[in-house]
Design a protein around this ligand. Structure first.
Ligand code: AMP
Ligand code: GLY
Length: 420
């Protein structure tokens, strides 16, 4: 098969690595890709948020299967265009992608199927929203309804913070994403992510993970896209997983199907778990990054079979072969991230893990410059290792982080420590 992966981050490099191992993959194109993907695939420039351009590219290149990595192309209707053009693809329609693209829509779905989640109210007007938070008190959570690259959520510990967040959002801090605001009850507990594939009807769990959103050790500093992750997440034990499936995931999938908008793709649920009871924090309609890196590390080449079964509506025939292992990903980011940072510094030692099948150095923000690889983003690398135990995976990941020669980067030194 000729396969096209859309995206340019660590998530897409990990998918490319897993897919390239599967004998069904004869040829791989990544658009736009990055320096890491260039070693496995042909990288092609393409406006991946333009559905017509993606369809035309897939047709011109006789692509058999398209895997859509990020949320923005999904919300823009790239999967709809590909399906319309009879090209097999992995990823939900724009309508079903509202489970991520609209927080108010997700709340509506939870209401309709009685899925446990935070109590909430929706607003299109700052005055009413401010009045509501004064009535509720802090802590309270303020969310821009639409896609805001993971930045549209403010967990306000005080009322002035909450009111400032409301004003920011209605003043356009997140553009159109903030024309509606969802205000939620603050939930306590431990967070975990749960990944399931669905072909619209059947559901197949493919793993759990926990990420580390804060920039610095000890969960301090500003929020980021994720500074590291580990899988599995011990808090998602069998009992919690069963409740999550029965009370949240299965009802959501059947509610979407009942509305004539079946969800086909990966549903990434963020839960808050307290006293063994999961409650939904949010849905994403794509793999998490860096969570995808640990999932791909654990699943390997079977990932392609699972994605194909999802796209073909044959998940009832698919199964996951678990290795009973653990994986840890340590993100190396440019100094200054998530604030302003410099691009272009050289990274050396990237071949240090070439001989170790238990480790992969996934590229998130890199570019090739002649013989050199240069940093080209905030999150730059994901050093991802497997192990028979979480501790082994963690030690292995950090051993290789230490071999990478990149003075302009930084990383957290405590990824997975909480679980250990
Ligand atoms: P999100 O972008 O929706 O994942 O939110 C970012 C982070 O904000 C989550 O990972 C949680 O840590 C936190 N968060 C979101 N909603 C709530 C809530 N209702 N209660 C407590 N924390 C929340
Ligand atoms: N790591 C969080 C996300 O991908 O949304």
């Amino acid at each position: 098969m000729k396969i096209l992966i859309l995206g340019s981050g660590g998530r897409e490099h990990a998918l490319a690595w897993a897919i390239a191992q599967n004998p069904k993959c004869d040829s791989l194109i990544c658009a736009p890709g990055n320096a890491g993907m260039a070693a496995l695939a042909t990288c092609a420039p393409l406006d991946i948020e333009n559905p017509a351009a993606v369809l035309a590219f897939a047709q011109e290149n006789a692509v058999d299967f398209v895997v859509i990595g990020p949320e923005r192309p999904l919300a823009a209707g790239v999967a709809d265009a590909l399906r319309g053009g009879r090209i097999l693809c992995f990823g939900p329609t724009a309508d079903a992608a509202r489970l991520e693209a609209s927080k108010a829509f997700t709340k509506e779905i939870c209401d309709a199927c009685a899925a446990p989640t935070a109590a909430y109210a929706r607003f299109t007007d700052a005055t009413a929203a401010r009045e509501y938070v004064r009535g509720q008190g802090a802590p309270i959570v303020i969310k821009a309804d639409g896609l805001a690259a993971g930045k549209g959520v403010v967990v306000a510990m005080t009322l002035p913070e909450a009111e400032a967040a409301i004003d920011d959002m209605f003043d356009g801090a997140f553009g159109d994403a903030g024309t509606e605001v969802v205000i939620e009850e603050f939930m306590q507990g431990e967070e975990a992510s749960f990944f399931v594939l669905s072909d619209g009807q059947n559901i197949l769990p493919i793993g759990t993970a926990q990420d580390h959103k804060r920039a610095y050790d000890g969960d301090k500093g500003p929020n980021t896209g994720g500074m590291g992750a580990y899988s599995p997440a011990p808090v998602m034990d069998d009992a919690v997983t069963k409740r999550a499936m029965d009370q949240i995931i299965a009802p959501t999938i059947s509610e979407m199907a009942g509305r004539g908008s079946p969800f086909r793709g990966v549903l990434y649920a963020g839960f808050m778990i307290e006293h063994g009871q999961p409650r939904l924090v949010e849905y994403n309609v794509r793999f998490g990054d860096p969570e995808c890196q640990v999932l791909c590390m654990r699943l390997g080449g079977q990932m392609l079979d699972l994605l194909l079964a999802t796209a073909r509506g044959e998940l009832d025939k698919a199964q996951v072969n678990w290795a009973d292992d653990h994986a840890v990903c340590v993100v190396m980011a440019a100094k200054g991230y998530p604030g302003s940072y410099a691009k272009g510094s050289e990274i050396k030692g990237l071949d240090c893990a070439d001989a170790d099948p238990m480790v992969q150095i996934f590229h998130a923000g890199t570019r090739v410059d002649g013989e050199q690889v240069r940093a080209n983003g905030g999150r730059v690398l994901g050093v991802t290792a497997r192990g028979a135990t979480l501790q082994q995976a963690q030690q292995r990941a950090y051993a290789y982080v230490g071999k990478i020669d990149w003075p302009d980067g930084f990383y957290r030194k405590d990824i997975a420590w909480r679980a250990l």
